[in-house]
Design a binder for this molecule. Structure first.
Ligand code: ZN
Length: 327
């Protein structure tokens, strides 16, 4: 073999290796069809899996009622899917006891898109990502970070737990960091991929979903790491809504520096009355009881509603976009 041919072969192998590395680093993408009129409706619930206890079943019932009324297309889970310590494996019966046997309404038999929360990381985090769970219940789709493209909206699901520094030093609980080591480069790669995907997006609406709040006046409050690292990317790329769980409440805060609306839906089961910090800047609504959120989207309008455990509407957020620019 000639020296130049050997060199050529080495270059080809290295280039292919780099391409594979680059391609595998991109966020996985899923397509979600809209309704025939181009609209889309879905529910958002967080912090729920407790075998139906702490009103999880009552919230699930009302989700079924509202889901029927709105003819929803899918459901989003903002994480902390299984309490207190996630799943022990992908054969853990807790999955069916807290998901399959609880969200039984006909309208909820749709695709569920889920992210992991900090409590999920206290168990076998990778168990929730396992395709085996989809064999048990085909609605379930949980990945660390991914994109759902639904034509009029692109939704960017971001794995926020590895951002939070206190989890690495906390001694009270152990976290399953397998698959994300080293965390520093995991987080910086994730931020790069989210930024790139947002920049490339031509969707009418852009929604980012994570477990931890960027802004919150609930028990945990703001997540400084997300304010510092994630928020500037969202502000620079015309994101409309950031949706999260973590604080066990329903909440709406407007960003003071951009049109972004911060929406917390983390009230799927246990909540804590009166667990509230001082009123923060941009606060529009805060409710410390159980409930969930609905999102109705058309190319020109968004309508978001928060419901309590009895299905009453507590707060409505509306937003409009100009369909065509005027000359
Ligand atoms: Zn949490």
């Amino acid at each position: 073999m000639s020296k130049s041919f050997l060199l050529f072969t080495i270059i080809v192998v290295i280039s292919f290796g780099l391409w594979v590395l680059y391609a595998s680093a991109e966020l996985q993408r899923f397509t979600q069809p809209c309704k025939s009129d181009g609209s889309l409706d879905f529910l958002v619930v967080g912090d729920w899996g407790r075998r139906g206890e702490y009103n999880q079943s009552e919230v699930a019932y009302q989700m079924g009622e509202i889901g029927e009324k709105l003819d929803i297309d899918f459901v989003i889970s903002t994480g902390d899917n299984f309490y207190d310590n996630g799943l022990t494996s992908d054969h853990d019966p807790f999955f069916e006891e807290s998901f399959t046997k609880i969200y039984t309404a006909k309208s909820l038999q749709k695709q569920w898109y889920a992210v992991l929360g900090n409590h999920d990381y206290r168990g076998d985090a990778e168990a929730q990502l396992s395709p085996f769970l989809r064999e048990i219940d085909c609605r379930w789709l949980c990945l660390r970070s991914f994109i759902v493209d639904a034509e009029l909206v692109e939704m960017f699901f971001v794995d926020t737990t590895p951002f939070v520094q206190e989890y690495y030093t906390e001694t009270e609980h152990t976290y399953d960091w397998s698959g994300i080591n080293p965390p520093k480069s995991y987080v910086s790669n994730l931020l790069k991929n989210v930024e790139l995907a947002l920049k490339e997006s031509s969707a009418k609406w852009k929604i980012v979903i994570g477990h931890h709040a960027i802004r919150s006046i609930g028990h945990h409050g703001d997540t400084q790491e997300l304010i510092d690292q994630l928020l500037p990317i969202l502000q620079a790329n015309n994101v409309d809504f950031y949706m999260n769980g973590h604080d066990h409440c329903l909440e709406h805060i407007s960003d003071t520096k951009s049109p972004i609306q911060f929406l917390t839906s983390g009230a799927g089961s246990k909540t804590y009355r009166g667990d509230i910090q001082e009123k923060g800047e941009g606060l529009k609504f805060y409710y410390d009881g159980q409930g969930f959120m609905s999102v109705q989207l058309t190319p020109s309008d968004a309508k978001i509603e928060f419901y309590d455990v009895d299905g009453n509407v507590l707060h409505t957020v509306t937003s409009s976009k100009q369909l065509y620019s005027s000359f």
